[in-house]
Design a protein around this ligand. Structure first.
Ligand code: AMP
Length: 397
């Protein structure tokens, strides 16, 4: 897909509406506990400001559902943005109407203004045409730098792109280019690792992947559902027995497309799901009736790493085990480190995403060694499912 970027913008003197993701976690005292999202959009804001644009930030915060909820005001976030970009950020207490208009009129070239939470208006999530027009009234151009909100067809993510000349911001551009390398036009062979708790949340994703990649490694709790579907006893493991038919369909589909499905051959089992619980490694067909599978075993890791070693591209969502609790982090950590080494050696393009995956890679200390790590949750999953993201589609040239 081709889209315009900041390289195509003549920013000087223009009022530029920039959709960003400022949905940062806060501490009890209202201070920002993790500014990653703000740091990600800072380059776009800085660049447009340095080019003399009037940078008007649009964002949502929390889920106020169309009404003004004081706790969900973006006002306290303005200082966080100012800190990240190294210049003052003004704030207007509405994103449309007289308050927004007055603040925009007062802007000089290079100024940055943050408008209040777009979701204080019901028209935002409804993608209401009049609301989108009211937003557009304050801008000459539109930049979307919020990939993480691009799976929603909202007024500030989709409607606006239809009303104003639109461009991808630097973070959006980087994300789209990385994803294109991951699944769009990847270097084959492509291996996907899909792990996590449940199959039920990842059915569409698996059905899409088996059509596109050479091998899917299934890990975590969801592997148990696949093992059980083929008749392996999984004891007290987390398992969606009612999804046996779905798991079989995915395996049949994979056989048709020639995609290898890699399931665990051994497992780390325990009687208790807690840190430091006594555990043992068993073959997957010897899981005791009273035990739970909580991680993949060493032979499985070896097999997974062989596939990663063979691959030119890796797409990863979801851990191979209950990585938050020792000693059940080993498989996820070992595969993450190996993928990072392959990437550093120039042998692998590695793209990972989703909240748990990002924390697992951080825990392994290798997030920065991957080719790209997406912090977008829902949008990343929908991309892996092969769905068109409305906010991205609206940017297409
Ligand atoms: P998800 O949100 O679906 O990506 O699932 C991530 C969660 O799955 C993490 O919190 C892991 O602890 C959990 N998980 C991974 N493997 C297992 C397992 N074998 N049994 C129970 N939970 C698991």
């Amino acid at each position: 897909m081709s889209f315009r970027t900041l390289d195509d913008i003549d920013a000087a003197g223009k009022r530029i509406l920039v959709r960003v993701d400022l949905n940062v976690p806060l501490n009890d005292d209202g201070t920002i506990s993790d500014a990653t999202r703000i740091e990600r959009v800072a380059p776009t804001i800085r660049e447009l400001s340095e080019k003399g644009g009037k940078v008007i930030l649009l964002a949502h915060f929390g889920r106020p559902k169309g009404t003004v909820v004081k706790d969900m005001s973006l006002a306290p976030i303005a200082q966080g943005v100012a800190d990240a970009i190294g210049r003052e950020v003004a704030f207007a207490d509405d994103c449309i109407g007289p308050a927004a208009e007055k603040a925009v009129t007062a802007m000089k070239d290079g100024d940055v203004l943050l408008l209040e939470n777009t979701r204080f208006h019901a028209g935002e999530e409804k993608n209401d045409a009049d609301f989108a027009k009211a937003l557009a009234a304050n801008g000459d151009l539109y930049v979307n730098d919020a990939f993480s909100a691009a799976h929603r067809a909202h007024a500030s993510t989709e409607g606006l792109a239809r009303l104003l000349p639109s461009y991808a911001g630097r973070t959006m551009q980087e994300e789209l280019e990385a994803l294109e390398k991951g699944l769009g036009k990847p270097q084959k062979p492509v291996v996907a690792i899909v792990g996590g708790a449940k199959v039920s949340t990842k059915i569409d994703l698996l059905l899409n992947l088996v059509k596109k990649v050479d091998a899917v490694v299934i890990g975590g709790g969801m592997a148990n559902t696949f093992l059980a579907a083929r008749g392996t006893k999984v004891g007290k493991s987390l398992c969606e027995h009612d999804l046996a038919a779905t798991a079989k369909t995915i395996m049949t589909e994979a056989a048709t497309t020639g995609c290898a499905i890699i399931l665990p051959v051994d497992a780390v089992v325990a009687r208790e799901f807690k840190a430091g619980a006594a555990s043992e490694v068993v073959s997957v067909d010897q899981v005791p009736d009273d035990a739970m599978i909580l991680d993949a075993g060493p032979q499985t890791v070896e097999k997974v790493n062989e596939w990663i070693g063979r691959a030119n591209t890796l797409v990863w969502n979801g851990p191979l085990g209950a990585f938050e609790i020792e000693p059940f982090d080993k498989a996820t950590m070992a595969a993450a480190r190996f993928a990072a080494d392959e990437t550093k050696a120039g042998k692998l393009v590695s793209v990972a995403g989703g909240g748990d995956t990002v924390s697992a890679l951080n825990q392994a200390g290798v997030a920065s060694d991957f080719t790209y790590v997406s912090t977008a949750g829902g949008a990343f999953l929908e991309w892996m499912e092969g769905k068109e993201l409305p906010g991205v589609a609206a940017l297409a040239k």
